[in-house]
Design a binder for this molecule. Structure first.
Ligand code: HEM
Length: 498
């Protein structure tokens, strides 16, 4: 099933469920075929029971932080594939097995997409799974493996929602961006700067509710006022045990990483959002039942998860990092982006469309490069469906059925065998023929940017919508402003377009 009519896709021709693990020679400096690589025992260890996991947890969250944690172990093991533990762990996560095999280069990471050899049942955030009470006592799409019939049902429903939403997607986005930037300008005028996360989240929440669900938050005062905050609280309670926040230690370890806070703390928020979808998104809810064979409850809980976790959560992480790349740049990038936007889309937001941003190669490349250096979902997991051989660039390893693979994308996306000057933000990296070849190694959507989400894989349904939406936002910004100054948390100055 294709979800891209009217939506230009780098991938619309591909329909394979699992990507090729063969790397083109033009990209890799050492194109040794996997068959001639040496077989190696997986280095590293899970350590002593309890002590190994707790020591790894403290290093991961406190003494090293995730990036240094993985980097140091690559150096120590002289391998991008090794055994380690990832949190959450002891004392109150006794049922969670923290043992993983880290896969930290582009080649080994790509095994996570091959549904013949790995399964994705309940491993969205690792062996730990937030209680199902957070999702209405059902396992929503992202927790389902492709072998479960429900996965195809819900994924096809999600793809259908997106396809239908494309009719209003751009107009809703532009309207809500207008409100957001009006607020930012007012805040800059009053306070000298704008901490824009709340206006941004309001914008994202309103635009997604309208386009994905056909539900207008304005019709429900509680949701209009704080729908975005309800989602933030729900997301926080589910994910806190797995995420480094950066609070004072050891407080963060004691209070945020040692147990899961109970669902009842956000049950009121969840009920409000459930009722909002049930009453204001009637048409979509009905379609889930009549066309995709879901029960009413399954439909609404999945819609809430797609809206809140997948879409709102994803954009809330990605957009601040994209703004930061652009608004903090001092190399003249803004001028180049502005010129490209003005030449190809003119000065008015009414000319913006999925089609028009197709003609903005630099804008697209900047969006891809931001996703490469700051993948919004940093960790991906998959469990071996059977015994198989996994290749890194240098070696082959035996993986046993049931073992959990863990990829940390921020490092994978800086694989020097694939990306030149991997640590540098190169705005034009994905331009031209060589640039488009690199899209096969851009993995932010849990699949290559040249792949297609289908019912038989676990790639993000909105792979193309996310990148096109980001391009539309950049285009909107440079139609409205000559320049914009700020970071991932605040905008300090904007100069209106001449
Ligand atoms: C910047 C925004 C987004 C990011 C970064 C993102 C990222 C991802 C990632 C990494 C996964 C795979 C997770 C895993 O299994 O390991 C995923 C799955 C998914 N995403 Fe997105 N996503 C975004 C926006 C959206 C939007 C707008 C939708 C709306 C329809 C969406 C719907 C889904 C669904 C339904 C899945 C589950 C796919 C499956 O189970 O086969 N995502 N997303």
């Amino acid at each position: 099933m294709s979800i891209s009519p009217g939506l230009p896709s780098s991938s619309s021709s591909s329909s394979s469920s699992s990507p090729s693990l063969v790397f083109p020679q033009s990209v890799l400096t050492s194109p040794t075929p996997s068959t001639s690589l040496p077989l190696r025992t997986i280095p590293g260890s899970h350590g002593w029971p309890l002590l190994g996991p707790i020591s790894d947890r403290l290093n991961y969250f406190w003494f090293q932080g995730p990036e240094t944690f993985f980097r140091k172990r690559i150096e120590k093991n002289k391998s991008t594939v090794f055994r380690t533990n990832v949190p959450p762990t002891w004392p109150l996560f006794l049922g969670v097995n923290p043992n993983v095999i880290a896969v930290l280069d582009c080649k080994s990471f790509a095994h996570l997409f091959d549904m013949e050899i790995v399964e994705k049942r309940n491993v969205l955030v690792g062996d730990f799974m937030p209680g199902v009470e957070f999702t209405g006592d059902i396992r929503t799409c992202a927790y389902l493996d492709t072998s479960e019939p429900q996965h195809a049902q819900v994924k096809n429903f999600a793809m259908d929602i997106l396809k239908r939403s494309s009719k209003v997607w751009v107009t809703e986005l532009v309207t809500n961006l207008g409100t957001m930037f009006d607020t930012i300008e007012t805040q800059i005028a009053q306070n000298g700067s704008s901490t824009y996360l709340i206006p941004l989240q309001r914008c994202v929440f309103n635009f997604l509710s309208k386009s994905l669900l056909g539900a207008d938050p304005k019709t429900d005062p509680k949701v209009a006022e704080s729908g975005y905050a309800m989602l933030d609280r729900w997301l926080a309670l589910m994910l806190l045990p797995t995420v480094k926040i950066g609070l004072l230690q050891p407080l963060e370890e004691f209070f945020l990483h040692s147990f899961q806070y109970p669902f009842f703390l956000v049950s009121g928020d969840y009920k409000n959002l459930y009722n909002f979808i049930e009453t204001r998104g009637k048409e979509v809810v009905e379609r889930g039942q009549t066309e995709f064979g879901l029960t009413k409850e399954e439909t609404i809980h999945n819609l809430l998860f797609i809206l809140g976790f997948n879409a709102f959560g994803g954009f809330s992480v990605f957009l601040p990092s994209l703004f930061n790349r652009i608004a903090s740049d001092k190399t003249g990038l803004q001028q180049s982006l502005r010129d490209e936007v003005k030449q190809n889309c003119g000065p008015s937001s009414s000319s913006l469309s999925f089609e028009s941003v197709k003609n903005l190669p630099l804008v697209q490349s900047v969006v891809y490069e931001s996703l490469r250096l700051s993948p919004p979902v940093p960790l991906q997991f998959a469990r071996a469906r059977k015994d198989f051989r996994l290749s890194s660039h240098d070696s082959v390893f035996d993986i046993k059925k049931g073992e959990l693979l863990c990829g940390y994308q921020p490092l994978v996306m800086r694989d020097a065998r694939v990306f030149d000057e991997p640590e540098a933000f190169k705005p034009d990296r994905f331009m031209g023929e060589k640039g488009s070849e690199l899209l096969s190694y851009l993995y932010w959507s849990n699949g290559p940017q040249t792949g297609s989400p289908t019912e038989s894989n676990k790639q993000c349904v909105a792979k193309d919508y996310v990148t096109r939406t980001a391009c539309l936002i950049v285009a909107y910004v440079f139609q409205r402003y000559e320049s914009i100054t700020g970071t991932s948390t605040s905008i300090t100055a904007v100069e209106k377009a001449k």
